[in-house]
Design a protein around this ligand. Structure first.
Ligand SMILES: CC(C)(COP(=O)(O)OP(=O)(O)OC[C@H]1O[C@@H](n2cnc3c(N)ncnc32)[C@H](O)[C@@H]1OP(=O)(O)O)[C@@H](O)C(=O)NCCC(=O)NCCS
Length: 285
């Protein structure tokens, strides 16, 4: 054997690629062809926006995203990216990933729900100019009302709420649980991903004699498992809680949080709650 420094021929390279393919087949991978999906924005026949990428099994590689400079900062990038995402979901895509560089693009992708999976800091030797890998997962959160058998998994999730310990399941706890489950005004929503409980919240409907006798709703125990945070799951479960309040003709929903971080407060604001209209008081008993 000689180990030498030389160019490789097209045929030699093809033989190597054929061997890669053989390994994939041995590993049981299907040989589905990658397919390109595009969205084009036009104005007077000229292309002013373009989003495009390739399917790779359940992963979509977003290869191009561009908006003409006259049309930037007007929501077009967000619109064509969303249109492309909506197009690829029915084609079985469960994730999107992309590579980007620069000062502006990370702001754009983060505003569209993309998460950085790796960062090459100061790429090209430019301070603050990073090369970033971004991904977005289309994993479906399935939201269901809690059922009698869900108690252990809910208590397990609650261990991540204010360091609440997992209690011994006594008859007293079982009785509380039975009362909650049988109370038509007490709703515990559970959000699952692939059968794993990842998020939950409680919404209680309270009967009322004022405001045209419309009830109001209280939200409590909003929690997402730490491994599944920052993916929008709690927003979805709060939306489902709001749907219950609306169906019950509630005139308002209230919640209190002990969180002080802007990120948590902004999360509630984005979900439609405000901290200006009322002053919250609490007395611990
Ligand atoms: C990245 C790009 C596609 C964004 O398109 P766009 O139409 O300007 O983006 P939008 O108007 O939809 O912006 C959506 C959000 O992204 C963020 N954003 C976009 N441009 C931003 C900028 N210049 N500064 C800060 N935030 C920005 C904002 O949060 C914005 O929401 P807001 O306007 O309500 O604040 C566009 O800048 C572009 O074509 N750049 C050149 C090509 C390129 O680098 N493509 C990316 C290759 S990976």
């Amino acid at each position: 054997m000689n180990i030498v420094d030389r160019e490789i021929t097209k045929e030699e390279l093809q033989a190597i690629y054929d061997d890669f393919k053989k390994i994939e087949i041995q590993d049981g991978l299907s040989q589905d062809e990658s397919k390109r999906y595009n969205v084009v924005a036009e104005e007077n026949g000229a292309v002013v926006g373009f989003a495009s990428g390739l399917t790779q099994y359940e992963w979509f590689h977003l290869t191009d995203l561009w908006v003409h400079e006259n049309h930037r900062r007007q929501g077009l990038g967000a619109k064509i990216l969303k249109m492309l995402e909506d197009k690829i979901k029915p084609a079985g895509m469960r994730h999107v990933y992309t590579w980007t560089t620069g000062f502006i693009n990370p702001k754009f992708y983060e505003s569209q729900g993309y998460k950085a999976f790796t960062v090459f800091e100061n790429y090209c030797g430019r301070e603050g100019y990073h090369k970033v890998g971004y991904r977005k997962d289309f994993v479906e959160l399935v939201i269901k009302p809690a059922k009698a058998e869900d108690l252990p998994r809910l208590l397990d999730l609650y261990t991540h709420l204010h360091n609440n310990p997992y209690p011994t399941i006594t008859t007293e706890i079982e009785n509380i649980w039975t009362r909650i489950i049988n109370d038509p005004n007490h709703h515990i929503l559970l959000g699952y991903i692939d059968e794993k409980l990842v998020t939950s919240c409680v919404v209680v409907i309270i009967e009322n004699l004022t405001r045209g006798q419309r009830p109001y709703a209280l939200i409590e125990n909003v929690i997402t498992h730490p491994d599944y945070r920052n993916r929008g799951h709690a927003s979805l479960i709060l939306d489902a809680a709001k749907d219950i309040a609306v169906k019950n003709n509630c005139y308002k929903i209230m919640l209190m949080t002990s969180a002080k971080q802007d990120s948590t407060l902004n999360f509630y604001r984005r979900a439609g709650y405000n901290s200006e209209d009322k002053t919250g008081f609490i007395q611990w008993l």
